[in-house]
Write a protein that binds this ligand. Sequence first.
Ligand SMILES: Cc1cc2nc3c(=O)[nH]c(=O)nc-3n(C[C@H](O)[C@H](O)[C@H](O)COP(=O)(O)OP(=O)(O)OC[C@H]3O[C@@H](n4cnc5c(N)ncnc54)[C@H](O)[C@@H]3O)c2cc1C
Length: 388
Amino acid sequence: MDSANHNLDNYRSPWMDEELDMLRDSIDRFVESEMLPHDLRWREQKYVDRAIWHRAGELGFLLMDIPEEYGGMGGDFRHEALLYEAVCGRGITSFGQGVHSITANYLRNHGSEAQKHRWLPKLASGELVGAIAMSEPAAGSDLRGIRTRAVRDGGHYILNGSKIFITNGYHAGLIAVVAKTGTGQDSQSTSILMVETKDLPGFKVGRILDKIGQPGQDTTELFFEDARVPVDCLLGDGEGQGLHQLMADLPYERLLVAICGVAIMERALEITIDYTRHRKAFGAAVLSFQNTRFELAEIKTITRVARTFVDRCIEQLVRGELDTTTASMAKYWVTEMQCQMLDRCLQLHGGYGFMKEYEIARLYTDSRVQRIYAGTNEIMKEIIGRSL
Ligand SMILES: Cc1cc2nc3c(=O)[nH]c(=O)nc-3n(C[C@H](O)[C@H](O)[C@H](O)COP(=O)(O)OP(=O)(O)OC[C@H]3O[C@@H](n4cnc5c(N)ncnc54)[C@H](O)[C@@H]3O)c2cc1C
């Protein structure tokens, strides 16, 4: 099995230990035998089979950083990172486990005991797929501009509005919906409602969007028209905490994106070395040209620097010390490097690099959105800039 890209040249992340080595082996086997054979089909149909969520849950690979009393594995962020690395490191972008984990972490960090017991075990088993619905047609980077509104009516909120670009939207059974519960533009007017979508009148999933990359991920529109959501679905213990709750969990979300970025860079490097070693031009292997070696030497160095930075961020997050500025640096820089390195790896594949049947072409198109979602890289620089 060649899935341990992470260990190119036997590099070993300082946060790994023997227990994690064993977990990595079983996750790699799962990804290799139960995901990879289906990925091209998932890309065609624009969503993963629902069964893969149940299977991941059955094997204990969902919510690995959530305490056992809520159905999780009782591990920490390193366990979660392993799944992300394994999936992205095999070029699979169809499975939205990052958003699923973030949904669980909103609940863990801000939910009441009753909410945690109600939803986390179902997220851990794969019975529910999690999603986060912030973005709207007219508001993405600036969430203060959202128009989705939740108005209290006795024991319910009446939810109206539409969301766009929602990862896991097609499969999601539990959606963290960001909505206005107040009338102002201030940070106290926004809340998060945990919406169970099954049999919810007034809720509709729109089309699965046609994307230039990550085609197997079910990114959808969502519509709420007078959807009645019980008041006990409000996340936290009062209205108006939504933006604060979102901000508190940003380092987690941004680091997941950076982890995927570095795993894809490592994979691209590995397959490009292999390709150029076997491809001949002018009677010699493409790898033998000085330009190829210099290109790959630079790509390898930058990839290792990215890995080292991300490893340090993982250690900081496990200790509860990863601040928003550093997480934003990781998200911004790693994803910029990812796109640049993928472009260079694709170039070394010549015309074959432009063909979708080649993995490098898929990694290239899948990478582009990494600079856009989870906060655009311009917003990352704004945040980093505030720390100057
Ligand atoms: C594949 C995919 C999956 C996604 N998944 C989800 C999801 O699961 N849930 C969810 O809620 N959203 C999701 N999104 C939405 C994503 O988070 C937004 O697209 C992103 O935040 C940008 O918002 P926008 O598209 O409205 O762009 P805009 O906010 O309109 O930005 C347009 C441009 O202006 C720039 N810009 C904006 N403000 C500033 C500023 N202050 N300074 C400098 N430049 C600025 C931006 O960087 C960008 O280049 C997803 C998007 C994609 C493409």
